[in-house]
Design a protein around this ligand. Structure first.
Ligand SMILES: [Zn+2]
Length: 106
């Protein structure tokens, strides 16, 4: 018998905790800049080495991540969250939000 202590009214098939999907690949952390039903867009900085100038240049990366049902109330715009790579769910989504790190109020 499985004893589910988690607040699970999560019927999301593509939830990494309650669903079928498995996570593999890379993890990223970033700030939520947009929120849609079942999807968030996060943004984070990455540094790119520019050989010509021997300096690092700061670039921004945006990634679309799926927002599982059980996290949709917890994660809001401005929060710092962690996402993990999974199989491509749709054309632009191949990450899933897995946890909130800090709530942002910037
Ligand atoms: Zn869930």
């Amino acid at each position: 018998m499985t004893n589910e202590t988690q607040t699970s009214n999560c019927n999301d098939k593509l939830c990494p905790f309650h669903g079928q999907i498995s996570l593999r690949g890379r993890n990223f952390q970033g700030k939520v800049i947009k929120k849609f039903p079942k999807r968030v867009v996060i943004e984070f900085d990455r540094t790119l080495y520019v050989q010509k100038y021997e300096r690092y240049s700061k670039r921004k990366t945006k990634l679309h991540a799926r927002l599982p049902d059980c996290l949709k109330d917890e994660i809001n715009i401005g929060d710092f969250i962690e996402i993990a790579e999974c199989r491509p769910i749709s054309k632009i989504i191949h990450f899933i939000a897995i946890k909130k790190i800090t709530g942002g109020k910037e």
